[in-house]
Design a protein around this ligand. Structure first.
Ligand code: AMP
Ligand code: FES
Ligand code: ZN
Ligand code: ZN
Length: 321
C-alpha cells in the first residue's frame, strides 16, 4: 500500500492504494468494495456455489486463504475452515496459529488435520523419503486431505485461496510446456466427480497485492513468510517474470489468465482426462488409477522413514546448492 495524497477514484477521499491495472487509486472503503465485487463476479461468472451450500475453505494461515474465508463470510456464505499441519517446523506452527486466531476471533469453525499425528509423517520427511521436491509430496498430501475432509464433512465444495497471480503463473508454466491435459483442467471451478468435491477459486480475479491489502485494511494478521521449502521453485520464477511484464503493461496478467479461461479453455474441454476409469485405493478407498493411491504411496514410504527435521533438509539443500 502507498501513503499517497492522490484521491480515490470513487469518492475523492485520500487513496491508500494505487492499482495500475484499474488505472485508479482507491481509499480503504472502496478497495474493500472492489474486492467484494471481483469475488462476487467470479462466483457468479463461473457458477462456483449457491448461497445455501456449505463451503469448506482450505486455510493455510497466509493472506489469500484468510482473505477468501473472510470475504465469503462477509458475503453471507456458510464457510468453515480446514487447516492441514504439514510439520514444516516453525513455519507450520506459526501458520496454524494465525488460522486458529482468525477463526476464534470471528467465532468460526476450523477443522484441523495433522500429518504427523494422524498419518505418521510430515513434509520434510516425505521429501527425503520420496526423493522428490518437497512441493510434490506436499501437493499430493494436501489435495487428498482437502478432498477427504470435504467429503467426510458433507461439504459439496472446497475453496482454496489461489489468486490471479497464482493462476497466471501456473498457466504460464503449463503454456511454456504446452501441457495440454493440465491446461484443460486449469479452471476456476472444477465440478464434483465420484470421490471428489467441487473445487473453486473465488480469488481468481484478485491479485496478491489486492488480497494483502484486504487483510491489512480488515486487520487480519497472517503468516507473511513463504514456505521455506518452496524457495527457488519454478512457480516463483514464473510469478517474477509475469510481474516484469505487468509492470510495463498493467492488466496483462489478468488478460492472460481470464481470456484463457473465457476463450481457450472451452476449446480444450475434450482434452480433460476426467473420463479415465478410476478404481478404489486398496488402502483408503480414494479414487485412483492404480491399486494404491498417490497419497497412500507417499504416506507409506514416509511413515517408514526416520523423521527428518526441516532444518536438516534445508541445511543439506543449501550445502548441495
Ligand atoms: P499453496 O499451494 O501453498 O500455494 O496454497 C494454495 C492454497 O491451498 C491456499 O490458498 C490455501 O487455500 C490452501 N492451503 C495451502 N496450504 C494449506 C494448509 N497447510 N492447510 C490448509 N490449506 C492450505
Ligand atoms: Fe508445501 Fe511448502 S507448503 S512444500
Ligand atoms: Zn473511496
Ligand atoms: Zn489411498
Amino acid at each position: 500500500m502507498v501513503a499517497s495524497v492522490s484521491k480515490c477514484r470513487v469518492c475523492k477521499q485520500p487513496a491508500v492504494i494505487d492499482l495500475p491495472r484499474h488505472n485508479a487509486k482507491f481509499c480503504a472503503e472502496h478497495l474493500l468494495e472492489l474486492c467484494r465485487r471481483q469475488v462476487t463476479k467470479a462466483i457468479e461468472q463461473f457458477a462456483m456455489f449457491r448461497s445455501e451450500e456449505r463451503i469448506l475453505v482450505a486455510v493455510s494461515g497466509g493472506k489469500d486463504s484468510l482473505a477468501v474465508w473472510d470475504l465469503l463470510i462477509e458475503l453471507g456464505y456458510q464457510a468453515d475452515g480446514l487447516y492441514v499441519g504439514l510439520g514444516i517446523g516453525e513455519y507450520s506452527d506459526v501458520s496454524g496459529q494465525y488460522a486458529q486466531a482468525f477463526a476464534e476471533r470471528r467465532g468460526l469453525h476450523l477443522h484441523r488435520v495433522d500429518l504427523r499425528d494422524q498419518y505418521g509423517y510430515d513434509i520434510p520427511t516425505a521429501a527425503r523419503a520420496t526423493r522428490r521436491v518437497p512441493c510434490s509430496a506436499c501437493g499430493t498430501s494436501k489435495r487428498h486431505l482437502f478432498d477427504r475432509a470435504a467429503l467426510d464433512g458433507g461439504y459439496p465444495v472446497l475453496v482454496t485461496g489461489h489468486n490471479l497471480d497464482d493462476e497466471a503463473a501456473v498457466l504460464f508454466g503449463n503454456t511454456l510446456r504446452w501441457d495440454v491435459p493440465y491446461l484443460a483442467r486449469q479452471l476456476p471451478v472444477l465440478g464434483a466427480r465420484p470421490g471428489f468435491p467441487r473445487k473453486a477459486k473465488p480469488l481468481c480475479r484478485l491479485t496478491e497485492r489486492e488480497t494483502a491489502a484486504w487483510c491489512i485494511v480488515r486487520g487480519i494478521d497472517y503468516q507473511v513468510e513463504e514456505c521455506p521449502m518452496a524457495a527457488g521453485n519454478r512457480h516463483l520464477a514464473y510469478k517474477a517474470a509475469l510481474n516484469g511484464v505487468e509492470e510495463d503493461s498493467p492488466g496483462t496478467k489478468a488478460a492472460f489468465y481470464l481470456n484463457f479461461v473465457e476463450r481457450m479453455a472451452p476449446l480444450l474441454a475434450g482434452q480433460r482426462a476426467e473420463s479415465a476409469e478410476l478404481g478404489e485405493c486398496q488402502r483408503c478407498g480414494a479414487p485412483t488409477t492404480g491399486e494404491v493411491c498417490a497419497f497412500c504411496r507417499v504416506r507409506e514410504r514416509s511413515a517408514a522413514h526416520a523423521p527428518v527435521p526441516v532444518e536438516l533438509l534445508l541445511g543439506s539443500k543449501r550445502r548441495a546448492g
